[in-house]
Write a protein that binds this ligand. Structure first.
Ligand code: RB5
Length: 145
């Protein structure tokens, strides 16, 4: 898959680790920053990743900050993006199967690297179920105005 990743300073180490893991799994990864521990503003990176997912350039996006929350809030401002924070594998799976989430936000101050890897594995490998869920996702899209 073509995956765009982004982070702020709080998510830098986890983003770098996940980037290496994603590449080892054979995914094409675009690392859209940040690239050092200097303090930055998470909406800038959420926007960068989310715009590329919304445009179809990348199939999916992964954003990491301290909690995942600011990244998800920001990403969901971009039309066409359905971003979720998922800190357990069940939520990660359901966000794909039922909500067709296309951006995953993680909090590096909330979960450790092992769980983050498991969540990403489940998230990337779970297809959208469609059917009745498509109708509901379509209604989410209508809410974008
Ligand atoms: C940065 O200190 C922190 O606020 C940010 O990483 C994130 O947790 C925001 O939602």
């Amino acid at each position: 898959m073509k995956v765009a990743v982004g982070c702020d300073h709080a998510g830098l180490a986890m983003k770098n680790a996940l980037k290496d893991i994603l590449e080892s799994w054979g995914h094409e990864v675009a690392d859209l920053g940040c690239y050092c521990e200097d303090s930055v503003d998470y909406p800038d990176y959420a926007a960068e990743v989310s715009r590329r997912v919304a445009s179809g350039e990348y199939e999916t996006g992964i954003l990491i900050c301290g909690t995942g929350l600011g990244m998800a809030i920001s990403a969901n401002k971009i039309k066409g993006v359905r971003a979720v924070v998922a800190h357990d594998t069940f939520s990660a799976r359901m966000s794909r199967a039922h909500n067709n989430a296309n951006v995953l936000a993680l909090g590096a101050r909330v979960i450790g690297p092992g769980l983050a890897e498991e969540i990403v594995k489940v998230w990337l490998s779970t297809p959208f179920e469609g059917g009745r869920h498509q109708r509901r996702v379509d209604k989410i899209t209508l809410l974008e105005g």
